[in-house]
Design a protein around this ligand. Structure first.
Ligand SMILES: Cc1cc2nc3c(=O)[nH]c(=O)nc-3n(C[C@H](O)[C@H](O)[C@H](O)COP(=O)(O)OP(=O)(O)OC[C@H]3O[C@@H](n4cnc5c(N)ncnc54)[C@H](O)[C@@H]3O)c2cc1C
Length: 375
């Protein structure tokens, strides 16, 4: 079997590593031109929770990610008037969440793929794909080149072209009503908790921060906003105004930001009716984007990658493997997406068991690589 993966964000290189471990030949085609400077600001930094770390461990890909990230060992929660409401240790039942820039996570996975000899081709923007009589998929890229494979995995993110190739009527991503901003503040007055996250419920908006190994305060803001804005960079002073009525350090931290403030309008795809068509399948955000407020998008994308590779390893015919994958995944990922769908700021869940599957917390999800996946 020969697999073509489009997208070298998180799900793509994780799928390549998992397929390689399963003995399946694959290559990755990424739209962006190069390996460097490829942080488009999407999810400027994120937390990788225990389930994401577990999925990486299943394919022996966790150590470089652990090395490029840092742990959050406690979670403090504050009210708009600055009162501390909670101080909870993290990592009791599961490993601590890890903070990492999205770019560093992607890079750590891509480098491992390259180390395994898996081709990761940049500047390959998929524009269309079709299935030939023998079931072979041929993908056409914007540069006019083509590539053929037995299976096309669309790991091409929330605006996935593969999703619409599978189903032209697929729902478009939905704006959840939150503007997410991320930045890095370097003034000592803006120092956040060094060993965990400080989360502030403001009168108008939610704010969270931690201190990175670079001694800067890594912060994010979630601001309710009726209309989506273009993804890009924001003005710190304008973002800080959402916190000016609060007796918390949020506004000061934002105003002490050096460098760009990344802004994204949070979108989700709560339920995609068709994930596959027998020769193409979508995984990660392309299939089931969850609002960043769930802190689960990257972890679920990695889980997808590993479980799809197991299905392709264990179930002889590709269509059967794709069906089995969907049966294993749909309920869990849709529950997580629903938990962040309200557009409100949910109580931070990084350290608490939030029920996503009956009887199992989101974080406790464990993948046993040696377990056989059956139709
Ligand atoms: C502000 C913000 C904060 C977040 N915080 C968290 C968090 O704390 N925890 C968490 O787990 N998740 C978080 N997320 C979500 C997380 O970033 C995503 O869920 C994750 O990146 C999904 O991975 P993916 O590989 O499916 O898609 P992506 O990471 O988006 O990767 C898709 C790749 O496909 C490529 N591509 C697109 N079109 C094509 C094409 N036509 N041809 C070839 N390649 C193509 C893109 O260039 C990209 O490299 C956050 C997201 C945002 C926006």
């Amino acid at each position: 079997m020969n697999v073509l993966i489009t997208g070298a964000g998180i799900a793509g290189p994780a799928a390549a590593l998992a397929l390689s471990k399963a003995g399946i030949t694959c290559e990755v085609a990424e739209a962006r031109p190069g390996d460097d400077g490829d942080d488009d600001g999407t999810g400027a930094f994120l937390t990788l929770t225990a389930n994401g770390q577990d999925a990486l461990h299943a394919i022996d890909a966790d150590q470089p990610v652990l090395d490029a990230s840092f742990p959050a060992r406690r979670l403090r929660i504050f009210s708009p008037d600055g009162r501390q409401l909670a101080d909870a240790p993290l990592g009791h039942d599961h490993p601590c969440p890890r903070t990492i820039t999205r770019a560093a996570l992607s890079r750590a996975l891509r480098r491992q793929a390259a180390d395994h000899g898996i081709p990761v081709r940049h500047g390959k923007r998929l524009v269309t794909a079709g299935t030939g009589p023998g079931g072979t998929v041929t993908a056409t890229f914007a540069d006019g080149t083509q590539a053929s494979a037995d299976l096309l995995i669309g790991a091409d993110g929330i605006h996935s072209p593969v999703r619409t190739l599978i189903d032209p009527g697929a729902p478009a991503p939905r704006y959840t009503g939150l503007l997410i901003a991320c930045g890095y503040a370097s003034h000592p007055a803006a120092q956040a908790s060094a060993d965990g996250y400080d989360m502030y419920y403001g009168n108008k908006a939610f704010f969270g921060c931690t201190t990175g190994p670079d001694q800067r305060t890594w912060w994010f803001a979630r601001i309710p906003q009726p209309e989506p804005a273009a993804t890009g960079t924001g003005d710190p002073d304008q973002i800080a105004r959402a916190y000016d009525d609060d007796a918390t350090p949020a506004a000061a931290i934002i105003r002490h930001t050096r460098g760009p403030v990344t802004t994204t309008s949070a979108r989700d795809i709560a339920c995609l009716p068709r994930w596959s068509n027998g020769a193409m399948i979508v995984i990660g955000d392309a299939a089931h984007a969850a609002s960043p407020s769930t802190t689960q998008g990257a972890s679920l994308a990695i889980e997808d990658a590993v479980i799809l590779a197991q299905c392709l390893r264990d179930i002889p015919a590709i269509p059967g493997a794709l069906t089995a994958f969907e049966q294993l995944r749909r309920d869990r990922v849709e529950r997580v997406a629903r938990s962040g769908a309200s557009g409100e700021n949910p109580v931070p869940s990084m350290g608490r068991p939030r029920k996503a599957d009956a009887g199992e917390s989101v974080f406790a999800h464990h993948i046993d690589w040696s377990a056989t996946r059956r139709p």
